[in-house]
Design a protein around this ligand. Structure first.
Ligand code: ADP
Length: 291
């Protein structure tokens, strides 16, 4: 049979692959029908605090009374499970055979880390496996009705951020996390260029580790050089949603598995997150999907 006569029902031809991709998109759209605002947290560089921002943003939104989900698609380095104290939580199925997300004090959470018993085990997966598991998280996890689904993507512009950004139907957009140094901003610039290339909306930039407020005298010390986030904001015409200072308790909370936001909402870090939440709610309201 020549190519133009293909009925599209064989297993190997291009038509079958296209149909399969359409079927997955359709399942994702159907499964995420109750999600009002999907937000992807991106960064061009590891260690800038992207997972900390994603986990605390989810906790802050839940504390504000929003229905929140947190999806960690950092397949090789899933830190959400530790940061939310979910290690050892068993994965359960729903009655209709979907995956039930873990509950982290009101934040519905899913991560490859929940499926791995040994936290030290290396997750060695090639591109197609990563694509498959991310699509499964989007199409087969019972997210239910959510005001916000926060997606924590690994650093860079590789398979995982690409898959998630291309698979989310009608996203609110990306929050791009950077630190103040110009060297970090150069890497993070690629994440903003990535969004531009995919025509993926950008909600704004978060500058993390933005100075250190001395707990003794209250003076703010700029540990890193500054100005990187401002340059990015100008270059990409994206707002700065908030600047989160360095605070040793943020690190201690992450290690203890309790999001900082639950215990110290009134601190400078807590106030920075409140500002980011307000900016996010404004962005959601402006596109007409305020919870
Ligand atoms: P990424 O996801 O970008 O790799 P993480 O969120 O894992 O980065 O953060 C890296 C480390 O920095 C963690 O130990 C985290 O607790 C710490 N950290 C992040 N933000 C802050 C902050 N504002 N103050 C103090 N420590 C922070």
């Amino acid at each position: 049979m020549s190519e133009h006569e293909c009925s599209g029902d064989c297993k190997n031809c291009a038509h079958a692959a296209e149909e399969q991709a359409d079927a997955i998109d359709c399942r994702i759209r159907h499964n995420l029908a109750g999600v009002k605002n999907a937000v992807v947290v991106l960064s061009g560089k590891g260690g800038v605090g992207k997972s900390t921002v994603a986990a605390n943003l989810a906790a802050a939104l839940a504390l504000a009374g929003r229905k929140v989900g947190l999806l960690d698609v950092d397949v090789h380095g899933p830190s959400t499970v530790e940061m939310l104290g979910l290690r050892g939580t068993p994965l359960m199925a729903t009655e209709d055979g979907r995956i039930r997300p873990a509950d982290a004090s009101g934040v519905k959470t899913m991560s490859v880390g929940l499926a791995v018993d040994d936290p030290d085990a290396a997750i060695v997966w090639r591109g197609p496996m990563k694509l498959g598991v991310i699509q499964q998280f989007l199409s087969q996890v019972d997210w239910g009705e959510l005001d916000y689904l926060i997606v924590d993507a690994p650093p860079g512009t590789g398979d995982e951020p690409l898959t998630v950004c291309q698979s989310l139907p009608d996203p609110l957009g990306a929050i791009v996390v950077t630190t103040p140094q110009r060297v970090a901003a150069a890497d993070v610039s690629r994440s903003l260029a990535f969004c531009d290339q995919l025509a993926f909306p950008v909600v704004g930039i978060v500058e993390n580790m933005s100075g250190f407020v001395c707990p003794h005298c209250g003076e703010k010390v700029e540990i890193f050089s500054s100005g990187g986030a401002d340059e990015l904001a100008k270059k990409y015409d994206a707002p700065i949603l908030g600047r989160i200072p360095l605070d040793p308790s943020v690190c201690a909370s992450g290690d203890a598995g309790v999001p900082f936001m639950r215990s110290a909402a009134g601190s400078p870090v807590g106030q920075a997150f409140a500002q980011i939440v307000a900016a996010l709610e404004k962005a959601a309201a402006e596109r007409g999907s305020r919870p």
